[in-house]
Write a protein that binds this ligand. Structure first.
Ligand code: 6PG
Length: 250
């Protein structure tokens, strides 16, 4: 594992979410102290819901919400009130439950029937917020990621076009096996983060996690392998079930 990468094996899912909550809170407090703000990209799917619920329950009054800015590392191509929406999940479990100014929340305009336009608009939002010169990638303080049983992360699915993207920040990625577009951060944007934290829970993730840490398959087949923050830290949090096929060396 590279020098700036860390794997922490927790026992139960609750231990995992508690550890993740502590990491997120520490990252937020550190960023606000050092840089006056905390920028985070949330992950979607089902795993992080428990983390977001824990943060809402335990840190609602202690975190500097006015100085925290929430983005989404990926989004399904659905409206924000869809049961499949990552925004809806995060809003129900966290954002609607804490005193964060609405202007500090940047959701993907995935209700746009034109997924490419939605991705372009979101990329413009990210560029506008960070106000960087053209060609520079913003450094999020923290990007949360999950991993699918196929090794995908964000909406970077195996052998999809977005894996080859080198200059865009956000793209619409056609996912053949789902027969749909997804809007996703690109690898260059993810790998520009100061800190990336994977949250992996459950036995169904064990084969892919074994492949990521111990296997020889190319990253195109297991995109989570392609996440290596250039100047930031990478931390994997996995519960016992997800880590059950890892070699002792991992
Ligand atoms: C999404 C996520 C995706 C997710 C993995 C794991 O939009 O679904 O961003 O990358 O993190 O698919 O999902 P689960 O946590 O539901 O297993």
């Amino acid at each position: 594992m590279s020098a700036n990468a860390e794997l922490r094996k927790l026992t139960t899912p609750q231990d995992l979410f508690q550890a993740a909550a502590e990491e997120l809170i520490h990252a937020a407090e550190k960023a606000v102290t050092e840089r006056g703000r905390f920028t985070i990209a949330l992950s979607g799917g089902s795993t992080p819901r428990n983390l977001y619920t824990l943060i809402a329950a335990n840190a609602s009054s202690s975190l500097p919400w006015n100085q925290m800015f929430f983005f989404f590392g990926d989004e399904r191509h659905v409206p924000p009130d869809s049961p499949d929406s990552n925004f809806r999940m995060a809003n129900e479990s966290l954002l609607s439950k804490v005193p964060i100014p609405v202007e500090n929340i940047f959701r993907v305009p995935a209700e746009n029937p034109d997924a490419l336009a939605a991705a372009g608009a979101y990329e413009k939002t990210v560029k506008g917020f960070f106000a960087l010169p053209a060609g520079e990638f913003p450094h999020f303080d923290l990007i949360l990621l999950g991993m699918g049983p196929d090794g995908h992360t964000a909406s970077l699915f195996p052998e999809t076009a977005a894996l080859q993207e080198k200059s865009r920040l956000v793209v619409a990625n056609w996912v053949e096996k789902l027969n749909t577009y997804r809007i996703t951060f690109t690898l260059p944007l993810i790998n520009a983060a100061w800190r990336v934290m994977f949250l992996v829970s459950g036995i169904d993730k064990a084969p892919a996690l074994h492949e990521v840490f111990d296997g020889k398959e190319p990253g195109e087949k297991y995109p989570s392998k392609l996440v290596h923050p250039a100047d930031g830290n990478l931390i994997w949090l996995a519960d016992r079930a997800a880590a059950s096929e890892l070699s002792a060396a991992a």
